[in-house]
Design a binder for this molecule. Structure first.
Ligand SMILES: [Zn+2]
Length: 452
């Protein structure tokens, strides 16, 4: 049994600084040997940015942005020191190269967007340094919004205006929004506004363990509908109230529950290794193969592959969907865009024109997108596909198969969010776009449509 793992969150980078050690001799849950022996395919290393009393407690005096830059440098030097055994990734192509070369992939993420300090340009800098996921808040208010809280009034607070703007910028750049630690109000803003699947990188199910860091059933459903994942956190107190020790059975219980509410495609791993102080049955990263076996026993080996790696990789792959064509396969993943998101993606002006004609076809036809975004054509590279859709104010009335070499077909989702039709897809298609009503476009994301 050779299960490979993608873990969406660990705090090992900050441990390296605090313990003044390297990944080779790291004393915590994660070390280079533990990753390679444990079957790591991709480890997300969070540049955690301590602030307030947390920074004080740890003796950290740098400002948030400087501390992030230091952590990014630490990440780079850590990767350089690991030689042939571990290498950084900025793309799925990097990951495939590392996989082929037998190396563990390391992805830089950020925990607490506080270092952005209300400056959109810093997101670009983070992206260039390899950041592909940002946990919008930690346990304090920042420029994005507010943290989770047992206080209902604070927990209900949404994203700030800058947070909404940053969310758009992150989707454009290709950075996943992570709602772990975020207020519930912020969560719903992300669920409504994010143009890409989002994640809760290290959270559990609130119905099983009542902690404001965990997600309610409604949140889990919305996360699954958006094509995102919840990385199950291994912290005992998020798995079982007041527990001091994490049993593998607790982790499995949350996985099964999340699968039931959000769909099996929404379950992933978010260990929080080196950020949790409980004892664990699996002890450290070296215990993952045993957990992988138990996941396979419980869910079957195909599903175990999804939980242990496939689901998380899908979200990262979706980040790049506007840059590369998906590989052709028997199943074609759908990518859900609202009309305005698609218009932006294609660099076309959105015309809020209720008199927009209801049907157009043929390359070169002028594009018009009405408010619900159901009518457009795609210019540029996808235009090779003569990708034409037809729609109306609140529903798409007809599916127009394209005669593409490469691109797919567009289908519609009614304003109620239901994907109604089995969609005829051109057999050469390698990308399918599904256009939905703006208010509902999160629904149905990530579904697979069988090629007829
Ligand atoms: Zn955390």
């Amino acid at each position: 049994m050779n299960q490979r793992f993608v873990d969406l969150h660990c705090d090992t980078l900050v441990t390296l600084r605090l313990e003044n050690c390297t990944l080779e001799n790291a004393p915590g849950h994660i070390s280079l040997d533990r990753l390679t022996d444990g079957g790591a395919l991709l480890q997300c290393f969070a540049a955690f940015i301590p602030t307030h009393d947390c920074a004080e407690g740890l003796g950290i005096r740098e400002n948030a942005w400087d501390f992030f830059r230091q952590q990014a440098e630490r990440f780079a030097s850590m990767c350089a020191q690991c030689g042939d055994r571990l290498a950084p990734v900025k793309s799925m192509a990097d990951l495939e190269r590392n996989r082929a070369a037998g190396r563990v992939s390391a992805l830089l993420t950020v925990e607490d967007g506080v270092g952005v300090e209300g400056k959109l340009s810093r997101l670009k800098t983070m992206y260039e340094l390899g950041v592909r996921l940002i946990t919008l808040t930690w346990n304090y208010e920042n420029c994005f919004g507010y943290p989770n809280s047992p206080d209902p009034a604070l927990h209900a607070k949404g994203l700030k205006d800058f947070g909404l703007e940053a969310l758009d910028e992150m989707a454009k750049l290709g950075i996943v929004a992570d709602v772990s630690h975020l207020s519930e109000g912020g969560f719903w803003d992300v669920a409504r506004e994010s143009k890409k699947p989002f994640v809760a990188s290290h959270s559990c199910a609130r119905a099983l363990c009542d902690h404001s860091r965990n997600l309610t059933d409604a949140q889990l459903r919305a996360l699954g509908d958006a094509g995102g994942v919840c990385g199950v956190n291994f912290y005992s107190k998020f798995l079982r109230e007041n527990a001091e020790h994490t049993e593998n059975a607790d982790i499995l219980r949350h996985m099964a529950y999340i699968a039931d509410r959000a769909g099996i495609e929404a379950v992933a791993l978010g260990s929080d290794f080196d950020g949790i102080d409980c004892t664990l049955e699996l002890e450290n990263y070296g215990g993952l193969p045993r957990l992988g076996e138990q996941i396979a026993d419980r869910f079957g080996s195909d599903t175990a592959d999804k939980i242990c790696s496939g689901n998380a990789l899908r979200v990262l792959r979706d980040l790049e969907v506007h840059k590369v064509h998906l590989r052709k396969s028997a199943f074609i993943r759908t990518q859900i865009f609202s009309g305005s998101a698609l218009a932006e993606l294609c660099g076309i002006a959105l015309k809020e024109d209720s008199t927009a004609p209801r049907f157009q076809s043929g390359i070169g036809a002028p594009c018009r997108v009405d408010k619900t975004g159901c009518l457009f054509r795609l210019p540029g590279e996808l235009d090779k596909g003569r990708l034409i859709a037809q729609g109306g104010q609140d529903r798409v009335q007809q599916i127009v198969p394209c005669d593409a070499q490469r691109a797919g077909v567009v289908a519609g989702v009614h304003a109620d969010g239901v994907l109604r039709q089995q969609i005829p897809v051109h057999e050469q298609a390698d990308l399918v776009l599904v256009i939905v009503h703006k208010a509902q476009y999160a629904h149905g994301a990530g579904r697979e449509i069988q090629v007829p």
